[in-house]
Design a protein around this ligand. Structure first.
Ligand code: PLP
Ligand code: ZN
Length: 419
């Protein structure tokens, strides 16, 4: 059976505990027995499995939440997202062999669903009254949907300015009580952490270790899709650092359980205006200096990431790197990803911009096999997409503004002659 263990001091707590912060200040991780597993088990389930084991998260149940009762699982059939080979995007980024793992094609449009199915299942089994999270938007959407499916009361706390319209509208549509604070994500995080410490809510941010367990399946699934041959690099956007922590843990455990023989290198990409992890990396991880976060990529607008310590471990374990990119690089990468017919929200495209940056810095080689994780759907943030193409963000390289003409067939025909 799984237990919670603090990686800092080693103290243990039962899996049913609702306290995720150790007395020493560390964050509890879920620990499993590390017996070897065979890839065959997961391949068989990929071909034929019944709910909930047909989910791209619960297919890996031995690695995610061993022996959690099947009938207690709250699943919306998350995961099983496509891994696209994309030569066009690879061309732009400077690598021959680029794959895009599109986590925006989850039930609520972001990877957050993978962690939420596990943590909401745990919350319901613990008879939580209220579940809550602070969010830049996607955690709120995802939690609201899973709480609705589980019949739990949900409160989401989001920054009033700058929560993308797709995300806020989802959260209220799924029935969560949505609280918009006059403050930023880090302030929202402080408020819900405090409610959780008082025992008033069950916390569903990524400091909840069951979120991390579910998010491990992103890496497990993409490696399975590559026939269990790990790529050279896995590149992803980094905000609160839950994914970075989850990916490191997934790779550590997959090695220990003999599912893979080599470890891909992790590359975490931040926005230059919200880059405390990248700054710490450049400084040899001596310390985390929180910043006041500013970037158009609202999903990674986080100045004081909560999973910092376990994310550092993930980068060290995998010989990984952390970099940052400017907003105009993020927007250009987004225009390229969108125009390839794939499409993603701004934060997701920071990963693609990061690949180009890492190639130019000589970390990633042009012949390396690279998988970028696209974390959220194009439709999450339509305002930014329109602003870019209409020229509201200044002169941009790939603008494709809509054309307004009279309701006249000849005027429309004229436009076919342009290219
Ligand atoms: C949450 C989120 C991120 C950041 O992930 P962390 O685990 O907080 O680092 C990146 N992109 C999107 C679209 C997100 O929703
Ligand atoms: Zn501890």
């Amino acid at each position: 059976m799984a237990v919670l263990r603090c990686p800092t001091c080693g103290s243990e707590s039962p899996a049913t505990s609702q306290r995720f912060e150790c007395a020493c200040g560390g964050l509890f991780d879920v620990e499993h027995a590390l017996r070897p597993l065979e890839t065959k088990l997961f391949d068989a389930r990929r071909l034929r499995a019944h709910p909930p084991l047909d989910s791209g998260v619960w297919r890996f149940r031995e690695l995610v939440y061993h022996r959690f009762p099947r009938q207690a699982i709250v699943s919306l059939h998350e995961g099983n997202t496509p891994l696209y080979a994309s030569p066009e995007v690879g061309d732009w980024a400077g690598v021959d062999d680029l794959h895009l793992k599109h986590e925006g094609l989850n039930p609520t449009g972001s990877f957050k669903d993978r962690g939420m199915t596990v943590a909401v299942s745990r919350a319901r089994a613990s008879n939580a009254g209220w579940v809550a999270c602070a969010s830049t938007g996607n955690t709120a959407s995802s939690m609201a949907a899973y709480a609705a499916a589980a019949g739990l009361n949900a409160m989401v706390v989001v920054p009033e300015a700058a929560t993308a319209v797709g995300k806020l509208s989802q959260a209220i549509a799924y029935g969560a009580r949505a609280v918009q604070i006059r403050g930023d994500f880090d302030a929202a995080m402080g408020i819900v952490r405090d409610l959780a410490r008082r025992g008033e809510v069950y916390l569903l941010n990524s400091l909840n270790p069951f979120r991390i367990e579910g998010q491990k399946s992103i890496v497990l699934e993409l490696i399975q899709q590559l026939g269990w041959k790990p790529p050279d690099w896995i590149v992803f956007p980094a905000g609160n650092l839950g994914n970075c922590a989850a990916f490191g843990k997934a790779l550590r455990e997959a090695r220990a359980r003999e599912l893979i023989r080599s470890t891909p290198r992790l590359a975490a990409v931040q926005a230059a205006g919200a880059n405390p992890f990248a700054s710490a990396f450049r400084d040899g991880f001596r310390e985390l200096r929180p910043v006041r976060a500013r970037t158009i990529a609202s999903a990674i607008r986080v100045g004081a990431p909560v999973s910092y310590a376990r994310a550092v471990q993930a980068i060290l374990d995998t010989d990984g790197v952390v970099t940052d990119v400017e907003d105009d690089e993020i927007l250009e990468a987004k225009a390229v990803v969108d125009a390839a017919g794939i499409g993603a929200e701004p934060a997701s495209c920071a990963a693609v911009a990061g690949v180009r940056r890492l190639v130019s810095e000589g970390h990633v080689q042009p012949w390396d096999r690279v998988v970028c994780v696209l974390t959220g759907h194009l439709l999450k943030d339509p305002e930014t997409t329109l602003a870019y193409h209409r020229g509201d963000l200044g002169e941009v390289p790939h603008a494709n503004p809509p054309v307004v003409v009279d309701a006249d067939g000849e005027a429309v025909r004229e436009l076919l002659r342009d290219d």
